[in-house]
Design a protein around this ligand. Sequence first.
Ligand code: NAD
Length: 503
Amino acid sequence: MTLTVQPHRESVGLKTGQLLVDGQWGPGSGGGTWTHRHPATGEEIGEFAVATAADVDAAVESARRAFDSGAWSNSRAGVRIKLLHRYADLLREHAEELRSLQALDNSVPLSFSGNIYATSVEAAADVFDHHAGWVDKLGGQTLPPYQGGDHLAMTFREPIGVVAAILPWNAPFLLFAQKVAPALGAGCTIVLKPSEYCTFTVLRMVELLTEAGLPPGTLNVVTGPGDPVGEALITHRDVDKISFTGSRGVGKHIVEASAGTLKRVSLELGGKSPALVFADAPNVGLAAATTIGAVTMGLSGQACVANTRALVHREVYDEFIAAAQGMAAAITYGDPFDPGVLSCPLINERQLDRVLGYIEQGKREARLVTGGERLGGDLAAGNFVAPTIFADVANDATIAQEEIFGPVLAVVPFSDEDEAVRLANDTEYGLGASVFSADAQRAFRVSRKLKAGTIGVNGFQIEPHLPFGGFKQSGLGREGGLSAIEAYTELKSVFMPLTDELM
Ligand code: NAD
């Protein structure tokens, strides 16, 4: 039977996507639209407006006016805290609807978005609650006088201004929250650009924010592809900060393109995160299932922090590969609304071609254990790729170095701890790493030596209060925790004599 998601489209009641400028939803000024096609079926799902440079101008101007008015940027902490908590509750109330919209946008199955914390609506709501907690604690310092004379030396944290928030398509709930919650918590105003491959989910999340009572103009939305919409945003004179999550190439381009006005820039980019499996791992089968699970379940390896490089001690190498192969065989594909479906297709044909190209490269570089092909039959109209494992991979092979963003695991053998750490760090990326060992001293010793932003020891989780971000070319800055909300502020120092002596 041919796969179709059309009945779900009807039941979710998907509307045409519009821009939000100054509190008003409307079509783009140029009349251009983008037709979104479902990655599992190729069916047309819906249309949304493509913003013009003039629309981006209007959105930035609206955010600037809202910021300068102080309606949000200068609002009392209590007002902001209550709104962020109210919104978190609204997200929880609408969780099912949002998960369905996501399944229509990017085909991430309900089985995954409902059960895996980091990609759940619950996690996004928790991020809003977490940042609400920082709003009345964003304080400065009062410092003792450095030189003679009686005076006060103080620091204040003030909102940075207008933020351009640019999202990728793969984890809309968490990534929307990790940008919007701290930016609003700090008092900034926002122009948001969702990915053209996951727009409808984000538009609904924005609608709920207006229902929560956010003043008009505080958050504006421009939709459409990176070029021209994102491009107009990152080069806009009146944007103070860019907060971007996406690929390394676009991240580097943003740094260059925004240099003219020296915008503040936060970047959450890609990775080639290693899982280090030592011979004393508490359960090699579980380590293998966790590793290949992160590369195949739910997102088909289209996750920034998926450990797509397994570094495995030679003593447990064969056991690891056999267990990973067993797990790979259990992954199911199809209708994302079917509770029995565990994973998704690649997001578009460009990405499908790219991943299949890497797989062909892998066949020349290493030993193919399983997968290595596009899925056909009932799934032929979608961008499905079989879970793929390559063994005996050299760490300098292309498939061990480049972010493939697909269901491809490269397994590299090692002989001792020093070699494992050296291989793990031998990459241009540094987003995450996992260590599997029952020896607590080894696990901590190795964790300290790994050049990566987040380390999992016998398990991996992204939590709202734990800073998340990359070393090296995986990014600039962190999301989550106090440092995340501080990144939406400028630090101001004030000097004030207490006598006439210093004036
Ligand atoms: P992408 O870089 O293609 O697109 C990301 C966003 O940037 C989209 O909204 C896109 O329209 C926009 N964009 C593209 N070109 C632009 C330009 N010239 N100017 C401004 N905006 C532009 O990435 P993607 O395919 O959506 O997402 C996958 C990438 O995101 C992977 O590399 C993945 O590792 C990374 N990612 C990182 C994290 C993290 O937290 N570190 C999380 C999720 C995804």
